[in-house]
Write a protein that binds this ligand. Structure first.
Ligand code: 6PG
Length: 245
């Protein structure tokens, strides 16, 4: 995958800080140019410390009233459940920021998955003013990487990875919180920027699969992510980047 910008930090702590710096920088740029920053958040555990840093050490670096928050995927649980991606971001960051409820566009994980996926598509269409067949353009999409090379909730072998029309789909995955809603690859690829964050030795093989392995998105779904007109950034710590040439 040529053309992606790979940043390698010494360790996970440095990656969390660099992640917050990059997000604050992209926010400033988007707000200056477009008057708003549409940020699509990732779940999992990797971004937690970055979200906390944004709400604390970095909170004066971003004009939060101009930020709109979205999610790349959600587990089908109540928003207060420890497994909820919205819940994690809310506890780590959103609840600490002076933002209005209308800035937060969560996927309703407490509803039946297909219903939640359709409702999220409606919300995206309304918020971005796009019609059926068009995709929203996020200022920045954050993504994580699973050890099995999944990203968002696009898992190996799932039909969701072949989706080219829908913006959000219901998926059943082989992981805790089996029922999920995920945005699809065409939405991620329409973003102005996509930034992956991955830390730790256990991610090294998946990082190599995506960046240097043979092309096989059925097996390595994160290979699908390649913004059409946007920028791709990989933020890795040394341990996760260990196998890269
Ligand atoms: C989720 C995700 C998922 C995650 C990766 C990495 O809801 O689980 O959005 O794609 O980003 O599995 O997770 P960790 O950061 O916990 O390793």
């Amino acid at each position: 995958m040529s053309g992606s910008n790979i940043i390698v930090t010494d360790d996970a702590q440095a990656l969390y800080v660099r992640g917050a710096e990059e997000i604050a920088h992209f926010a400033g740029e988007a707000i200056c140019t477009h008057g708003e920053f549409t940020l699509c958040l990732s779940g999992g555990s990797t971004p937690l410390a970055t979200y906390e840093l944004l709400a604390t050490r970095f909170h004066l670096s971003v004009d939060w009233k101009e930020v709109q928050f979205f999610w790349g995927d959600e587990r089908c649980v109540q928003p207060v459940d420890p497994g909820s991606n919205y819940g994690m971001a809310n506890r780590a960051m959103l609840s600490r920021l002076a933002i209005r409820p209308d800035q937060v566009h969560r996927i309703r994980g407490e509803e039946p998955p297909e219903q939640a996926a359709r409702a999220y598509e409606d919300e995206l269409r309304t918020r971005f003013g796009v019609v059926e067949g068009e995709f929203p353009q996020f200022s920045l999409v954050l993504l994580g990487l699973g050890e099995n090379s999944h990203t968002a909730s696009l898992f190996p072998g799932s039909s969701a990875i072949r989706e080219i029309e829908r913006m959000a789909v219901a998926v059943e995955v082989d992981a805790p919180e089996r029922h999920r809603v995920s945005l699809t690859a065409p939405v991620f690829n329409n973003a102005a920027r996509v930034m992956f964050m991955a830390a730790g030795e256990n991610k090294a093989q998946a990082v190599w699969n995506i960046l240097e392995g043979p092309r096989d998105p059925e097996k390595f779904p994160a290979q699908l992510i390649s913004p059409t007109n946007g920028e791709l950034v990989w933020l890795l710590d040394k341990a996760a980047a260990r196998l890269l040439s």
